[in-house]
Every structure is written in structure tokens, then in C-alpha cells.
Ligand binder design. Structure first.
Ligand SMILES: Cc1ncc(COP(=O)(O)O)c(C=O)c1O
Length: 347
């Protein structure tokens, strides 16, 4: 393994590099000023995204974080409360933008590997009372990053959508990896998106585009969201150079996500056989593998540090917990090499 030059980077699917086809498309993209809504390539990407998600309109944003923030700002007013899951990305990993910039109060609920129970959501909705904040939004995440790549079963998502509709509360789906969920569940992404009023999804994770996410929803919602995108500094000009790669991502990179899911499964099953590794295979549903190290031979931080020295990168997510993510720049052989290296440290 010492002469292997390739770094096996399992930290995230965000490390994926654009494909040749993306680079070519970026080179020849037709461009205009997108703040004037005159970039034909951005417009084409937005139309494609809206169609794929079964929504009226879409807005190209710089990142998943911006898509979620702009979505939340568009749905709410300062002082409103939003229901979300306690390990969700919006609550934990988006720099408290919802509180700092939106003046929003979070109502975090406990989920099972990130998945909320519809009855818990129903119970958390505030009754009208002058003392209470107003429950203004329900946010779900699917696939769920910290949950380990889990996704909402379509019937659970529909049940929460029913709770939201009955209460007259809109729903936002952080679908950064919605296409992983769609491919794994064998349902079109639009079926998941139909349960939500707005959805964010990312082009720059498993789909391998260099930059960008989309916020989708009704045309009137996206019109308002466009102002908030400008407010947070997301009004880009000749953004078609980026959108061009996004079009290739949506058109050619979705179906191959099954390969990442197979590789994640291979890794997870291999890890499950190792002494000192604890992993719940039930939660390995897409491209993310979360496991704990409880070994007399090593610790999670030491394992991560030592493997890094060998060119194998893992993400330490807690004192005893590690995340590995399968993606298009890693193949089956890379996974087997990573497994071998981990096994060596535990023997
Ligand atoms: C579920 C989820 N939502 C949102 C984001 C934010 O995306 P970005 O890094 O593009 O801001 C991530 C990033 O990993 C994520 O996993």
C-alpha cells in the first residue's frame, strides 16, 4: 500500500471533482447576467430542476446552506418557531443562520437516526396562545446526514405532510441528497418533493458538480426567495459557467448513485465483521456509513489520524464515531483497501 499514490478520501461526497463532460459544458456555456434573469444556462438549469422535482420553479443558489437559509427566510417572519430534528444539518451545521439572520426559534425533536415520527411532529405544533411563538414551518432532512444517510420512507413523509397540511403549516425538505434517497427507494425524487412546499437539493455532493444547489417550490415562493437570495449576497452574474456543470450533473449523474450505495454497503458489511467496530447496518441505506470504534487496540481519533498518514481520509464526527462516504471518485478496490487498512489497526 506504501506505493499507492491515490488518496482515498472518504470524508464526504463533496470532495468529488467535476467530470470531463462538466468541464466541457462549462467552457462552452451561453452566459448572461443572472441578477437580470438573463443567463440562459442558469434559466435552463432552473427549469430542469423544477421539472425533475415536480415543482413550478427553481432558484440556483451557491450552496445547500444558502438554499436552506433562503427557504427558511421566505417561509417565516422573525420570532416564528420551526420544528426540526435535533441532529439535523440546519440545526447543527449551518452556523445558526436561522437564528442569527432569520430571528427564528428552533424546536428540535428527537428522531430515530434522523427520521421524525409524525405523531411527535403533531404534538410539537403550538396551539394559538398569546404566550406562544407561532409554529410556522416544519423542516425535514432526507437523506439525513448525521442519521447516517437514512431517508424518510414515502409513507412517513406523507404522514408528516398530512400533519402539516391539517395544521396549515408549510414544510421545507432539506434534500441535499434527495437523489440518493430517490434512487435507494426506487421512487422519483418528485414523489418525495410532492410532500413538501419547498425543497433544497445539492449538485455538488454525490452528483459531483463543482458548485451549487437549488431551491424549488411554487413560482410565487421562488419569486420571493429571489429577493432573499440577493439579500444574503447570492445574486451571481454569469453563473451559467457553474449551472452548465449542474445540468450535466442532473442529466447524467443520478442513476450512478446506486454504485455509491453498493460501495457504502460493502464498506459497512466489512466493518461489521471487524472486532472493536460497532455499526448498525439498518441505518446504512445510501452512501453514508457511520460507525463507532470501541477497541482496546485504538480509538476513533487515533484511527483517523493514523489512516490519514496512509492517504486514507475519514471524518471524525464524535469522540468515538467516524463517518465515511462513498462517492464517484472511489471504486470498489478503494473501499477494499480502506477496509484492509482499518482491519490492520484493530488486529
Ligand atoms: C443534509 C445537508 N444539508 C445541507 C448541507 C449544506 O450544504 P453546503 O455544504 O453546500 O452548504 C449539507 C452539507 O453537507 C447536508 O449534508
Amino acid at each position: 500500500m506504501a506505493d499507492r499514490r491515490k488518496v482515498i478520501d472518504l470524508r464526504s461526497d463533496t470532495v468529488t471533482l467535476p467530470t470531463e463532460a462538466m468541464r466541457e459544458a462549462m467552457k462552452s456555456a451561453e452566459l448572461g447576467d443572472d441578477v437580470f434573469e438573463e443567463d440562459p444556462t442558469v434559466n435552463r438549469l432552473q427549469e430542469l430542476a423544477a421539472r425533475r422535482l415536480g415543482k413550478e420553479a427553481a432558484l440556483f443558489v451557491t450552496s445547500g446552506t444558502m438554499g436552506n437559509l433562503v427557504g427558511l427566510l421566505t417561509h417565516t417572519s422573525r420570532g416564528d418557531e420551526i420544528i426540526l430534528e435535533e441532529t439535523s444539518h440546519i440545526y447543527n451545521y449551518e452556523v445558526a443562520g436561522m437564528a442569527a439572520l432569520g430571528g427564528l426559534l428552533a424546536r428540535p425533536l428527537k428522531g430515530t437516526y434522523g427520521i421524525l415520527d409524525p405523531e411527535d411532529v403533531r404534538r410539537a405544533i403550538r396551539s394559538p396562545n398569546i404566550h406562544h411563538p407561532k409554529t410556522q414551518l416544519i423542516c425535514l432532512e432526507s437523506t439525513h446526514n448525521r442519521g447516517g444517510g437514512t431517508f424518510y420512507p414515502p409513507e412517513t413523509l406523507k404522514a408528516i405532510a398530512d400533519v402539516a397540511r391539517e395544521a396549515g403549516i408549510p414544510m421545507h425538505l432539506d434534500g441535499a441528497r434527495i437523489f440518493n434517497a430517490a434512487v435507494a427507494a426506487g421512487v422519483p425524487a418528485a414523489e418525495f418533493a410532492a410532500c413538501a412546499d419547498s425543497v433544497t437539493f445539492c449538485l455538488s455532493k454525490g452528483l459531483s458538480a463543482p458548485v451549487g444547489s437549488l431551491l424549488v417550490g411554487r413560482a410565487s415562493f421562488i419569486e420571493r426567495a429571489r429577493r432573499f437570495r440577493k439579500m444574503v449576497g447570492g445574486g451571481m452574474r454569469q453563473a451559467g459557467v457553474l449551472a452548465a456543470a449542474g445540468i450535466v450533473a442532473l442529466e447524467t449523474m443520478v442513476e450512478r448513485l446506486t454504485v455509491d450505495h453498493e460501495n457504502a454497503r460493502l464498506l459497512a458489511e466489512g466493518l461489521a465483521r471487524l472486532p472493536g467496530i460497532e455499526i448498525d447496518l439498518k441505518r446504512v441505506q445510501t452512501n453514508i456509513v457511520i460507525f463507532d470504534v470501541r477497541s482496546p487496540k485504538t480509538s476513533a481519533p487515533r484511527l483517523v489520524q493514523e489512516l490519514d498518514g496512509e492517504g486514507i481520509k475519514l471524518h471524525l464526527i464524535a469522540q468515538d464515531s467516524i463517518r465515511a462516504v462513498a462517492h464517484k471518485d472511489l471504486d470498489r478496490e478503494d473501499i477494499l483497501l480502506a477496509l484492509q487498512a482499518i482491519e490492520k489497526r484493530l488486529a
